[in-house]
Design a protein around this ligand. Structure first.
Ligand SMILES: *[C@@H]1O[C@H](CO)[C@@H](O)[C@H](O)[C@H]1NC(C)=O
Ligand SMILES: *[C@@H]1O[C@H](CO)[C@@H](O)[C@H](O)[C@H]1NC(C)=O
Ligand SMILES: *[C@@H]1O[C@H](CO)[C@@H](O)[C@H](O)[C@H]1NC(C)=O
Ligand SMILES: *[C@@H]1O[C@H](CO)[C@@H](O)[C@H](O)[C@H]1NC(C)=O
Ligand SMILES: CC(=O)N[C@H]1CO[C@H](CO)[C@@H](O)[C@@H]1O
Length: 942
């Protein structure tokens, strides 16, 4: 007997050396303390984690939970045939659960949870007939739950949550008559919940949330008299909530959120006298609120949000003794006035009626809910004033009223809310001034009053709100100066005072706002230079000061090197662009347009490789385009118009593949247009007008197949119009006027059938005939071919351009009859073509020239003789009438052009009027909404 015991022990020692040294490599010396006792010098029964039987002959328990073990579970464990408890939980074990475990028939507890075990649950687990507790969750286990689980008839705890199990819940689960706890949460289980679950009559806790279970909830669950916790949230269960649930006398927690349950809430739920938490949110439940907190005396949390509930709240919803603390009815179809019944729920701490259709005034009796900490009434149609009684809610921390139609002033009583932390009043119609008392609420962290009509001054004492993180007063009518005390809100991260009537300078106390990351003050009347100390604000990321009257250097805004957007458009800033800006590697938007900045574009911009939007238009910038910008390969908008930039367009421009808008117009650029521009295949708008570009238009322009706008007007371009332009099929505006282009108008232009805004080839040296193909431009509204050397007849097809409302072909060498549809156009459109005729010009003579067959000289003579004598008088009369008509046309033409007297001047002016028209039509981008660039203000500053 003894001998046998010893040899058994030496086998065990061997086994454990195997386990210790090979299979469970111990991770750290620190952790090795657990196994430090595992040596042959020590009696094995004293090894840490091992428990032997009373006779020391068998190991009956192995507990190495939380011992930092890694490696996999050795199948040799199966030799510990007397093992009753195996606890290897909370280690870093990998590999699979060895099927040999099935040989340990005495096992009662298997705890392998919180490891990284993978693979499936071995079928052999079903041999463990004595198993009481099986907890193997929080691993990477996959595959199905084996049917053999049904053999574990002694099982009371089954935990396989937080794994990757798929497949169904086997109906054999119903054989586990002793099951008390079943936890299957967070797997990928499918199929329906087997009705056999109703046979696990001891079950107290059943959680199967966050799976993909579908079908109806089996009514048999209603048999589970012991059930205390039922969590089926976040599945795709459908059908209605079984009324049998009313039988769950011990149920404390019922969570069915995030399913597809429909129908009405069963009245029977009101029998659940133990119920503390009921969450039915995120389903398709309809009908009225059937739950009565007055009957569910234990109910503290009731969440019915995100359903299609409607109707009114039952009159007996609450009673004095109800214990409801949290009630959410948000996102349903409730309507009507604020449900006064709720005011009886005296223990309410959180009330959420947001996102419904409630309307009417907020009840002044709201202060009956004296325990309220959170009140969410946002996104309804509540109107009227904010009742002063709100000041009696002395526990209020979170007040969310945004998105309503609340009017009137903020009551001064708000200042009594000493615990208030968040106040959202945005998107209402409130007015009056912001009460000074608000600054008594010193715990305020988030204050958002955006989009009201608040006027008057920002309270001088605003600096008392030293916990403030967000202050948004955007889009109100606030005036006066920004109070210097604002700088004492030292925790402020977001400050947006944009769209108000604020004036005066930025206070120098801003230097204390060291946490500030977003500062938007656009659209005010702020003026003066920026305080130099703003340079101390190192955390600024987004700055928008556009549309003010700020002046001086922009250097104080460059203290931060984490800027992502800087917009100073439309101010009076002067001086150079600080090269320091380039230290902000994440800068994506830099808009400094319409200021008086001078100097050159700093070469340091080569480092700002994230730049997407660069707008430096309308300043006094000079110098050449630095090679640095070549690295800004993410640029989508490069707008440099109306400066004094010079030199050539560098060929690296072709590397800016994302470029959608390039505007270099009204500068002193010279040289040729680089053919590499053709590589910017995403260009939508290319504007190079009013520069000194020379040479030919590169045929590579034809590669810009997305181009909507091409404007090369007002340069010294020469040579032919490249026929490749026809490939720019999306062009709706093409201006090549005021250059020295020669040759014919390419027939191919007629293929640009999207041309709409204008085709302007005026003031060049173009010759030849007007191609008939231009008659295909059916959308064209304006066509200007004036001041060229075009000759021949006007193709009749041009007369069919029904969209055309402005035409100018004056000062060419055109001849012949005008298409009759031109007769209503102003005379000025045709002037300077000596041989054109027909209305509105003079009637054509001999318009039948060349038609018909030749007559003999005698016949001709005879006819002429006859005509001269018989119709000369009539002809004179007709000519007289024609002259009268012509003078009438002239009057019409002049009045059509808004009284611009001199016709030549009028033609000059037309070009410029053209720009005006465009503006009235809403610019380039509206015509092609798909290509509309995102509104930066919306994207970044709302
Ligand atoms: C389950 O038990 C049945 C009989 O009780 C037995 O035949 C079967 O082999 C067992 N299966 C497993 C996997 O344990
Ligand atoms: C349901 O899913 C949502 C979103 O995944 C998650 O935030 C929530 O905690 C889940 N609820 C429960 C009770 O598991
Ligand atoms: C604000 O606090 C001051 C004293 O700290 C008090 O006199 C005043 O009444 C308070 N205002 C409001 C509106 O509660
Ligand atoms: C472009 O203008 C610069 C002066 O700004 C001049 O030096 C250069 O020669 C010009 N280049 C061409 C091609 O005209
Ligand atoms: C028993 C012991 O010391 N366990 C530690 C092993 O190491 C992990 C971290 O690696 C700790 O979390 C355990 O507490």
């Amino acid at each position: 007997m003894l001998k046998k015991g010893i040899s058994r022990m030496s086998r065990l020692i061997l086994l454990f050396y195997l386990i210790l040294n090979i299979v469970f490599p111990v991770k750290s010396a620190e952790n090795s303390s657990v196994l430090s006792s595992w040596s042959s010098a020590t009696d094995i029964c004293r090894w840490n984690g091992l428990t032997c039987s009373d006779d020391q002959a068998h190991v009956i328990a192995l507990n190495l939970s939380g011992s930092g073990l890694s490696g996999s579970i050795p199948p040799e464990l199966s030799q510990l045939t007397s093992l009753q408890t195996l606890d290897l939980s909370s280690n870093d074990l990998t590999g699979s659960i060895p099927s040999e475990l099935g040989q340990l028939q005495h096992l009662q507890e298997v705890l392998l949870y919180s490891n990284s075990l993978s693979g499936g649950i071995p079928n052999e687990i079903g041999f463990l007939h004595k198993l009481d507790v099986l907890r193997i969750g929080d691993n990477l286990l996959s595959g199905k739950i084996p049917k053999s689980i049904g053999n574990l008839t002694q099982l009371s705890v089954l935990g396989i949550a937080y794994c990757q199990l798929n497949g169904i819940i086997p109906s054999e689960i119903g054989k586990l008559k002793k099951l008390v706890s079943l936890d299957l949460q967070q797997n990928a289980l499918v199929g329906s919940i087997p009705k056999e679950i109703g046979e696990c009559s001891e079950l107290q806790k059943f959680a199967a949330s966050n799976n993909m279970l579908a079908g109806e909830i089996p009514p048999s669950i209603g048999n589970l008299q012991s059930l205390q916790i039922l969590n089926l949230a976040n599945n795709t269960l459908s059908g209605s909530i079984p009324s049998e649930f009313g039988g769950l006398q011990n149920l404390k927690y019922l969570n069915l959120l995030g399913n597809r349950l429909s129908g009405e809430i069963p009245m029977e739920l009101n029998q659940l006298s133990q119920l503390g938490t009921l969450d039915l949110s995120g389903n398709k439940l309809s009908g009225s609120v059937k739950i009565l907190s007055s009957q569910l005396m234990s109910l503290e949390v009731l969440v019915l949000s995100d359903n299609v509930l409607s109707g009114s709240i039952p009159g007996n919803f609450c009673s004095n003794s109800s214990s409801l603390k949290i009630l959410s009815l948000s996102r349903n179809d409730f309507s009507g006035k604020f449900p006064l019944e709720l005011l009886k729920c005296r223990s309410l701490q959180q009330l959420d009626l947001s996102d419904s259709n409630f309307q009417g005034d907020l009840p002044s009796e709201i202060d009956q809910l004296g325990d309220l900490t959170d009140l969410y009434l946002n996104n309804n149609s509540f109107g009227g004033n904010l009742p002063p009684q709100i000041g009696n809610l002395s526990n209020l921390e979170f007040l969310s009223l945004y998105g309503n139609e609340i009017t009137g002033e903020i009551p001064a009583e708000i200042g009594k809310l000493s615990k208030l932390s968040v106040i959202y009043l945005y998107d209402n119609r409130m007015s009056g001034s912001i009460p000074n008392g608000l600054t008594n609420c010193t715990r305020l962290t988030y204050v958002d009053f955006f989009g009201n009509h608040f006027s008057g001054l920002i309270p001088d004492s605003i600096g008392r709100l030293e916990n403030l993180v967000l202050l948004q007063l955007r889009q109100n009518e606030l005036s006066g100066e920004i109070p210097p005390s604002l700088g004492y809100c030292r925790k402020l991260q977001m400050l947006t005072l944009a769209d108000n009537k604020l004036s005066g300078p930025l206070p120098s106390t801003f230097r204390f706002l060291s946490e500030l990351s977003l500062l938007t003050l656009y659209n005010n009347s702020l003026e003066g230079p920026l305080p130099e100390s703003m340079f101390l604000l190192k955390n600024l990321k987004i700055i928008n000061l556009s549309k003010n009257r700020l002046s001086g250097s922009i250097y104080p805004l460059t203290g931060s090197t984490s800027l992502s957007a800087l917009d100073l458009t439309n101010n009076n800033f002067s001086g150079p662009i600080p090269p320091r800006l380039a230290l902000s590697k994440d800068l994506t938007r830099l808009r400094l347009a319409r200021n008086s900045l001078n100097g050159s574009i700093p070469s340091e911009f080569s480092q700002v490789t994230e730049l997407i939007f660069l707008d430096l238009s309308s300043n006094n910038l000079s110098g050449e385009l630095v090679s640095g910008l070549s690295k800004c390969t993410k640029l989508e908008h490069l707008l440099l118009k109306s400066n004094q930039l010079s030199g050539e367009i560098p060929s690296w421009i072709g590397t800016l593949k994302g470029l959608g808008e390039l505007d270099l117009s009204s500068n002193n650029f010279n040289g040729t247009i680089p053919k590499e521009l053709g590589d910017c295949s995403n260009l939508l708008k290319l504007s190079l007008h009013t520069n000194k570009f020379s040479g030919q238009i590169p045929p590579e322009i034809g590669n810009l197949s997305s181009l909507n706008v091409l404007n090369l007007q007002g340069n010294n371009l020469s040579g032919l119009i490249p026929t490749e332009v026809q490939q720019c099929q999306k062009l709706f505006e093409l201006r090549l006027s005021e250059n020295s282009l020669t040759g014919h108008i390419p027939v191919e232009l007629g293929e640009l059938t999207e041309l709409q805004v204008i085709l302007d080839l005026s003031s060049n040296n173009l010759s030849g005939e007007i191609p008939q193909s231009l008659g295909n431009l059916m959308k064209l509204e304006r066509l200007n071919l004036s001041n060229n050397h075009l000759q021949g007849q006007i193709p009749p097809s041009l007369g069919k351009l029904s969209s055309l409302d402005s035409l100018n072909i004056s000062y060419n060498l055109l001849q012949g009859q005008l298409p009759s549809s031109f007769s209503l156009l102003p005379l000025s459109a045709f002037l300077g073509n000596k041989r054109l005729c027909g209305p509105p010009l003079a009637r054509c003579l001999g318009s039948s020239r060349g038609r018909g067959k030749w007559l003999s000289k005698a016949e001709v003579d005879a006819i002429i003789f006859a005509i001269v004598f018989t119709t000369s008088v009539i002809c004179l009369v007709i000519i007289y009438i024609m002259l009268r008509i012509w003078s009438t046309w002239r009057k019409v033409a002049v009045s059509n052009n808004e009284g611009i007297g001199n016709e030549i001047k009028e033609q000059d002016q037309e070009k410029w009027l053209g720009y005006g028209n465009e503006k009235r039509k809403g610019g380039y981008w509206k015509m092609n909404p798909k290509n509309m660039p995102p509104s930066p203000d919306k994207q970044l500053f709302t």
